[in-house]
Design a protein around this ligand. Sequence first.
Ligand code: ATP
Ligand code: MG
Length: 247
Amino acid sequence: MESGNIIQITNLSKTFNGNAVLDEIDLRLSHGENLVVLGKSGAGKTVLLKCMVGLIKPDHGDIKLFDRDIVNCTPAQLDEVRTRIGYVFQQGALYDSISLRENMLFPMLRNAIFLKIPAQEMEERIERNLRSVGLLDAIDKMPAELSGGMKKRAGLARALMLKPELMLYDEPTAGLDPFTAKEISDLIVSIQHEHGTASVIVTHDMKCAETVSDRICILECGKFIAEGDYKTLRTYHEHQVSMFFTT
Ligand SMILES: Nc1ncnc2c1ncn2[C@@H]1O[C@H](COP(=O)(O)OP(=O)(O)OP(=O)(O)O)[C@@H](O)[C@H]1O
Ligand SMILES: [Mg+2]
């Protein structure tokens, strides 16, 4: 039976070298919802995102995306689900040896077996997405010629190439000046509003969290220790919650 959830995670656990990074985690994400995951460095936020796209296999637990089981599925089924997800990696993850244009083209070519996108439509999408992040002028540049902020925006534009229903952002504003960070946060909100995209946003940037979140979960010692909207969590006195709001 269809749950209507974009993400449905039940009892998810992952241990590395005896360290329970994720310990029986449950998580739901609804259509069109923006969920922010907060947690200290090393809390397991990136591991959680990577489990969601099948890059890390959990020790046990269920992960359903769009009501499809992505833990016990074939590589081909996983590839097909991934065409519906945009992943903005913590480190940008552009391919260094090809131009920005080719980096944008790559997700469409890699998934050509599932998506029969005509060549002209590919070109139009590349230009549209680069324009939306202010990088159309840089289309023929190599990644090494881009600043840190430009690489972040390029990673975001690339994640949007397949018109995803779910976006996963890993620290989208880290290392950016406050002005560029605000631009990225505003872009995340406009992606949600214009395309009805649901998103999970991992961040330490509380301004970003305030701007983009419908709901916030705090990950600590392998568990979600608090959940609520920004305004509600800000009133909590427990140190593990309040420390995020007092920086
Ligand atoms: N492939 C791996 N092999 C072994 N340990 C790993 C692996 N990936 C992550 N870890 C460990 O899991 C823990 C959580 O890592 P993770 O990258 O998810 O943290 P994070 O919350 O994203 O931190 P940050 O805010 O610094 O990005 C860390 O202790 C890390 O060393
Ligand atoms: Mg991380």
